[in-house]
Design a binder for this molecule. Structure first.
Ligand code: ATP
Length: 593
């Protein structure tokens, strides 16, 4: 006997009245036991407010409150104004539907009762309707459902239609309930969850456990094309503790400031999924091509971070730049304008074999082995660290290069890939303050880098320095390649030309070797995301050594050109001491947050 929709609604009604998670699980378990295998998947989807797994996209029903009122009016003969009044009074379109159906003039007469399967299929039809005439179709389907509905059914039809079922049931509660219903105890939820981590399709998992039990779940394998639930990192503020937690030795990878991406390759089909398991393939046609060209594997699932790149300087840009890719049209042009690189950090499946249980160092080796050398798909920067100093130095280098910090990973034999779990095998160590620098600073051009791409023939970035008047030296702070207009860029060669020299000017202290050295003369105003410590830049090194005991200089993260300051001499530039004070102020601000 197919389950009646009314039965499901009675369960929903019970769930609505309950606040205890344990009771909720019991009711759901009872519901699942009653369902037959043909409908259990549909019940699971509907209960979490979906129609299919997330990775196929959240269903867009495109139904507004007003449309529901129209359908109710047609199905009951009650006038729209009356329904609108009711809505004002009751504040919930579900309750309006329920009340209206119970008052209807046109009776449900002899129509057959609704089944769960029917209602589900009608909503799928609504979700798939598109193009001209789709609004009519949707309203006709809604009217049809309301005509057959009992009052309680009308409540939930209206709520599903508007996307506000709000039973408060999450997917994890469903997993608990499935374990309780079919594996006898909730404690065995781990087995259900393991399968769900591999194939995060709540409907499919429900069907498997209902028909094949534990054995079926154990057979669930990852499948290229279906995203897995990602492994997540714990967080610690204290690097010494991080190292201790990981056993004194760890692989410290740069934590890129981009978008996490699962790359699935199944022969010629390549799909990309976001951290939330949404299909984002269309946003990155360039990445798809790189995978086609540079990954040597018939089938694989690899993970990496997509990072926006400054097309001129090749430097990393902040995460926000990827927003340009969130559009449906013209994506190839946008892809050229806002290029990206992918930094790969894991592999969980290769040519039919799952790699979850392999320790991190082995997975990394496999990942390295399937990547052809190229400039677009790269391996995440990694360093095996065994001391606090090594860890700190590497952290500064990561920040300096536009990263958020490090993800420090266990390298022990049990360092498996924990799909779907936030665990201590990965620990993130990052700076959280992304506040804009409080003020601009004035810096002196001491070097220049040749432009690439659109900037060929001009300069791609400039090396900037602060001025230390006590020692009469210029110490480097950052490389700036952003914030210039086309006309600023066009003027650069002429502006710099008189000052280009063929060796490092004597007063400049730099560890970076630019393509061209520039005699200190030109001052520019610059702003950035924040001040950071850097192992490469030299500004204020003596101060930092003396006052913080660290070997580092002050640098600006994500610097941007604001304007030239022809009114200033190089000796009027901001000093390392001022930068250091600003850095301390920034730290204090952070501490009081
Ligand atoms: P956050 O907001 O800090 O990025 P999150 O909750 O999205 O955190 P976490 O697992 O806590 O995810 O932190 C790791 C995140 O960092 C990953 O989701 C991924 O997007 C990103 N990331 C960047 N570089 C790496 C790397 N080398 N290894 C793993 N994750 C990385």
């Amino acid at each position: 006997m197919p389950m009646l929709f009314e039965t499901l609604c009675e369960y929903y009604d019970k769930l609505e009245k309950i606040t205890s998670k344990i009771d909720m699980t019991k009711i759901l378990a009872d519901l699942f036991r009653k369902a037959d295998p043909e409908e259990i998947d549909k019940i699971a989807y509907l209960t979490v407010g979906e129609l299919w797994p997330d990775y196929l996209g959240h269903p867009e029903l495109g139904i507004a409150e007003r449309m529901i009122l129209r359908a109710i009016s047609k199905a009951t003969g009650l006038g729209i104004e009356r329904l609108e009044k009711l809505l004002k009074a009751l504040g919930d379109v579900g309750k309006v539907a329920e009340r209206a159906i119970s008052m209807r003039k046109i009776g449900a007469l002899m129509v057959a009762p609704l089944t769960v399967k029917e209602v589900y299929e009608k909503f799928v039809k609504i979700a798939k309707a598109s193009g001209p005439g789709s609004q009519d179709l949707k309203i006709r389907i809604l009217i049809g459902m309301f005509v057959s509905a009992k009052p309680i059914e009308a409540r939930y039809i209206a709520r599903i239609a508007i996307g506000q079922l709000r039973l408060g049931v999450g997917e994890m509660t469903i997993l608990d309930a499935l374990a309780e219903a079919f594996l006898r105890t909730r404690e065995r939820r781990e087995i259900v969850e393991k399968a769900y981590n591999r194939v995060p399709d709540i409907g499919l998992i429900a069907k498997i456990v209902a028909t094949e039990g534990e054995e079926g779940l154990r057979k669930v394998r990852v499948e290229p094309g279906i995203p897995i639930r990602p492994m997540l990192a714990e967080r610690l503020e204290d690097p010494a503790e991080i190292l201790r937690k990981l056993g004194g030795e760890a692989a410290a990878e740069w934590k890129y400031d981009g978008e996490r991406c699962q790359i699935h390759k199944k022969r010629d089909t390549i799909k990309l999924f976001s951290r939330r398991l949404e299909d984002i393939t269309y946003q990155y046609p360039d990445v798809v091509e790189y995978v086609r060209k540079f990954i040597k594997a018939e089938e694989c699932i690899i993970e990496g971070e997509i990072v926006a790149i400054d097309p001129e300087t090749g430097e990393m840009r902040p995460f926000q730049e990827l927003m340009h890719r969130k559009r449906k049209y013209d994506i190839s042009r946008i892809a050229e304008e806002y290029p990206v690189k992918v930094y790969l950090f894991d592999i969980v499946y290769l040519n039919g074999e799952e790699l979850f249980e392999k320790p991190y160092p082995e997975r990394r080796k496999v990942l390295e082995s399937i990547l052809k050398p190229n400039d677009h798909l790269l391996l995440a920067h990694v360093k095996i660290v065994r001391s606090l100093e090594e860890l700190e130095k590497w952290f500064l280098e990561a920040i300096e290069n536009g990263c958020e910090g490090l993800v420090v990973k266990a390298v022990r034999g049990d360092a498996i890939y924990q799909a779907g779990a936030r665990g201590w095998l990965w620990i993130k160590y990052k700076r959280d303050y992304k506040s804009e620098m409080a003020d601009t600073v004035d810096l002196v051009v001491v070097g220049a880098f040749a432009g690439k791409g659109r900037r060929a023939g001009s300069y791609g970035a400039l090396l900037l320095a602060a001025y230390d008047s006590e020692r009469d030296v210029f110490e480097t702070v950052c490389k700036v390649g952003s914030g210039f207009t086309d006309s600023d860029l066009a003027q650069l060669p002429n502006l710099l030309q008189p000052y280009i020299v063929d060796r490092k000017p004597a007063r400049v202290i730099s560890e970076i070797e630019p393509d061209y050295w520039v005699e200190p003369a030109l001052v520019m105003e610059v702003i950035g995301a924040e001040l950071t410590l850097s192992p490469v830049h030299t500004a204020g090194r003596n101060l930092i050594k003396r006052e913080l005991g660290k070997t580092a200089g002050i640098a600006i993260r994500f610097p941007r050109f604001v304007r030239w300051r022809p009114d200033k001499k190089p000796e009027d530039a901001t000093s390392p001491r001022e930068l250091f004070e600003m850095y301390l102020a920034q730290l204090r601000k952070l501490e009081t947050k």
